[in-house]
Design a protein around this ligand. Structure first.
Ligand code: F6R
Length: 614
């Protein structure tokens, strides 16, 4: 829920840390702060509100030269977002500064203990208690690294902690449990951060850190231990994207940039997926063919937009493999005591790979002996690390809080998984699989054609900027797309929006239809005639009751065109693949409508990119 950066090196730490925070601001943006080590003291500044508030404060009151610093951009959990609760937090003597992502569940006990010893805590956060404990250990003679190990052993919950000690000027120490942290390997300088985006400008070489590890960085060294001090191996990796992927590149919003990147993302997600002989190959698939043949049920879990990708995955998996497939919101999954066996394959879909609800769901599945496969966009994140297999989506960094290219590539990865299962289990012939892969390979160009209609979609958004409510209808794979279109509008434009399965209309929602109400209808391709015709009847029904119909349908669908007040054409694609093209106008629509309403599209209110608490 928060972004964290730490730096040791020859350069001015303030700039490196603040620039790193800027790239992590998607993780939380209700307050921000930094702490720098300077001549045996800590220089710290922290402000409520967006990073620009901190930037301004630092410009008005420049901090001293320093080569060691930490920073934090917060998404409040304990205590409202004000200056006092912003991080870093200092120990009682102001010698140690600490930033924290996550929740320390036993903080009340720790706080009471500290207060009984005479400590005065000035914020309402759980973090400050840890800062006081850490400093007490350092004052008693421990190094910062030893102190960190002692403190984390006492903490319950999920956390990443990063600290500096004023009297140990060239060292930053961090620890993680169930919360993200990576180290960046520089030349005469090193970094720690919640996400590689924070240091990608300086290095593309990084170290994956495991659970319950403490990492110490100095200018020339990175050392990793467990919480008891035993040295731990860390896996180096090369980040395969660069700074330009983390910049806006001329767009007004990261989200808009990410929408327009989608043709390339689909191509990247498909890259290298088949052998010279045309067989599908998934490099990161660590489950054997026999494991996959033994699977008798698939359960796909995720949250939010990723959950809508799972709904599409279900259609593909069941149709192509004939394996029963359930989909479930990750936060509901383990609490209903699902039936899981060694032959259940649980698939976790997560752009960030850090969503706590999804992580807890896979841990539950693994504890029951099920196999877990992750579909994830973030290399080395916790969910893929804890899974038996992973399909990376290769969308590059998604900075806009609202998921777009993340979703698009989750769809591609779901199709690949379904086809791979079909190949291994022989439920589709090789030539059938090749034909569908061929269709997928045309998608970058087809998604690009939908993007060419951006001006028309923007004009529609301008026209509907004052609408009170927008409904979305779909059938089959168009249903999750209707839900996704509605979610995008809610979270970005703060408008009432609802998505329905079109067949459900007559069972209640049709009562909502009134004169002029905009209804966006995703019409299935005509390949499945029944579906198409039934959708058409639904459109006629709502139109007869005054709805303003905005119809997304195949470009040459002349049957439906007379019933469309606005027609948005989609390229011809197979029914199962239609979500890849149908979602694009809905993303553009929400982005533009939110822009017109003057909202911050990349950082919508009350939302954070990566939800690392349950
Ligand atoms: C909405 C959105 C969220 C995420 C959800 C899961 O636009 O982005 O609903 O899809 O929080 O996040 P990940 O995929 O990171 O697990």
């Amino acid at each position: 829920m928060c972004g964290i950066v730490g730096y040791v090196g020859p350069r001015q730490a303030e700039r490196i840390v603040v620039d790193g925070l800027r790239r992590l601001e998607y993780r939380g943006y209700d307050s921000a702060g930094i702490a720098l080590v300077h001549e045996g003291t800590i220089a710290s500044d922290k402000r409520a509100g967006k990073l620009s508030n901190l930037d301004k404060a630092l410009a008005d009151n420049p901090p001293p030269e320093s080569s060691t610093g930490i920073g934090h951009t917060r998404w409040a959990t304990h205590g409202p977002p004000n200056d006092q609760n912003a991080h870093p937090h200092l120990g009682a003597e102001g010698r140690v500064a600490l930033v924290h992502n996550g929740i320390i569940e036993n903080f009340a006990v720790l706080r009471a203990e500290l207060e009984a010893e005479g400590h005065e805590l000035v914020s309402e956060t759980d973090t400050e208690a840890a800062a006081h404990l850490l400093e007490a250990e350092v004052v008693a003679g421990s190094t910062l690294t030893e102190a960190m190990r002692q403190v984390v052993r006492r903490l319950e919950g999920a956390f990443t902690l990063v600290a500096v000690d004023a009297q140990d000027p060239d060292r930053v120490v961090a620890a993680r449990r169930n919360s993200p942290l990576v180290a960046g390997i520089g030349d005469g300088e090193n970094f720690v951060a919640s996400d590689v985006a924070a240091f990608i400008e300086h290095t593309r070489e990084a170290l994956e850190l495991g659970q319950d590890q403490v990492v110490t960085i100095t200018r020339d060294d990175i050392s990793v231990t467990d919480f008891d001090g035993a040295e731990q191996p860390a896996t180096p990796f090369h980040v395969d994207w660069d700074l330009s992927a983390a910049e806006k590149g001329g767009y007004d919003w990261f989200m808009r940039k990410e929408i327009f990147e989608q043709p390339g993302c689909v191509a990247d997600a498909l890259l290298g997926r088949h052998s010279a002989r045309g067989r599908l190959q998934l490099d990161e698939m660590r489950l054997s063919d026999q494991d996959l043949r033994d699977v008798d049920k698939v359960i796909v879990v995720a949250c939010g937009t990723a959950f809508y990708a799972t709904m599409v995955a279900k259609y593909a998996i069941e149709h192509w493999t004939r394996i029963p497939c359930e989909v479930e919101l990750a936060h509901e999954f383990r609490y209903r005591d699902p039936i899981l066996t060694r032959d259940t394959l649980v698939v976790a879909v997560s752009q960030s790979g850090e969503t706590a609800d999804t992580l807890m769901a896979i841990r539950h599945a693994k504890a029951q002996g099920s196999k877990v496969l992750a579909i994830c966009n973030t290399n080395g994140a916790t969910i893929p690390r804890e899974s038996d297999a992973v399909i990376y989506t290769h969308a590059g960094p998604e900075i806009g809080v609202a998921s777009t290219k993340g979703f698009m590539t989750q769809l591609v990865a779901s199709y690949l998984l379904a086809l791979y299962l079909a190949q291994v289990r022989g439920t589709k012939f090789g030539d059938e699989i090749s034909q569908i892969v061929g269709e997928l390979e045309q998608m970058p160009q087809k998604v690009g054609r939908v993007l060419e209609q951006a001006d028309a979609v923007n004009a529609l958004a301008a026209d509907l900027a004052e609408a009170r409510s927008v409904l979305f209808l779909g059938r089959h794979t168009g249903f999750p797309i209707a839900l996704e279109g509605a979610l995008k509008l809610k979270e970005l434009a703060y408008m009432h929006a609802e998505g329905f399965a079109a067949g459900e209309l007559k069972h209640g929602p049709i009562a909502l239809i009134e004169d002029g109400l905009p209804v966006i209808c995703v019409v299935p391709p005509r390949g499945r005639d029944q579906l198409h015709d039934k959708m058409l009847s639904g459109i006629q029904e709502i139109r007869a009751r005054g709805a303003r119909t905005i119809v997304l349908a195949e470009e040459d669908d002349e049957v439906v065109r007379p019933y469309a007040d606005t027609f948005i054409s989609l390229p011809k694609v197979p029914t199962l693949l239609q979500p890849l093209v149908a979602v694009v106008p809905l993303q553009l629509f929400a982005c533009e409508l939110a822009t017109l309403k003057g909202h911050d599209v990349d950082q919508p209110r009350n939302l954070a990119k990566s939800v690392t608490v349950e």
